[in-house]
Write a protein that binds this ligand. Sequence first.
Ligand SMILES: Cc1ncc(COP(=O)(O)O)c(C=O)c1O
Length: 397
Amino acid sequence: MESEKEKGFATRCVHAGEGHNPFGAHATPIYQTSTFVFDSAEQAAAAFSGGPGYRYVRSPPGTPTHAAFVEKICSLEGGPAGLSFSSGMAAEAALVFATLQKGDHLLTADVIYGGTYGLFSSLLPKFGIEVSFVDTTDPEKVEGGLQENTRLVFLESPANPTVAVSDIGEISQIAHEAGARLAVDNTFATPYFQRPLALGADVVVESCTKYIGGHGDLLGGVAVGEKELISAMKRPALLAGGTMGTHEAWLCLRGLKTLHLRMERHAENALRLARFLEAHPAVEKVNYPGLCSHPQHAVAKKQMSGWGGMLSFEVLGGVEAGRRLMNHLKLASLAVSLGCVDTLVEHPASMTHAVMPKEVREKMGITDGLVRVSVGIEDGEDILADFAQGLDKIGGN
Ligand SMILES: Cc1ncc(COP(=O)(O)O)c(C=O)c1O
């Protein structure tokens, strides 16, 4: 593990976590089992009283396939410990179960994935946990939003779907001074472009459903961070379930082997599309951290090594024009999720963020006319040509 950290990112994508294989298998095997057999009652008792080893797949570390995946993602995120989950939401649920209790306060970003918003706004208050939402792109607002009982600050950067960027280093200092931990959802950037733990965050969560799996064929989640916090998440992981399937762990392990290559191409195509859209007369506004017009372009430049593959934009003519565009795209598919090899578009107001009240959405820039694009790794010219022909159609032809 130590020596792997010294190797380059691409080498770790390929090699970290691999190679602990019996019988000389070149690829890490899928340990398709639900339980593990012990040599003796004493060995079993030791394993169940906190000792090392595999027990039952719901109990971390699951199987050697899960362990290999977690070792690889820990190496890439630069964290000492990690846990895998059945989805990004399961990872977030375990995080809040582990860090918050009745009477505590969670301070979270106002721009976040709709499912996360639903978990925080409707489920946590039922357990006596106070939740407030602030604009985390402004560190002063974060400072102003902290309370004596704030135990956790949670943000996404870049955030879904406006790609708003928050200053992770500055916010981690503010949170720590107030005795709170900082959790960062790194789903959009991935460890290839941003490493929140190195910037000061205590824990990173990611939906593996997206760029980690990378091919739109699995659901998964992961948390990586300081040992004590990850240990505290093991109990909710075990008792609430939300266990990553073994086949999914293997797909994530395989997906990560090409993360560096895919992310480069996603970002190259996204920048081309962002520039094309920004210059297009039918487009009102483009949100992409790589554009100088992005309000937090300088913060993104400071903490990210690339801009990622996600963008959103508004077409002139609002929701009707946006719908016409999405209905006319031929290469890009209309679907939620993101981070797949192919280009996906979706309408946050009626799809991923429909759970948010309209006035809450609009205040943070999730307007009815906003279209989100997960830019794929196809040929850039083909993606541009698809949007060009789609935008030609919004006049009603
Ligand atoms: C930024 C972000 N975080 C978390 C999630 C939840 O992940 P999952 O769908 O794997 O539960 C999503 C899902 O779209 C997301 O976009």
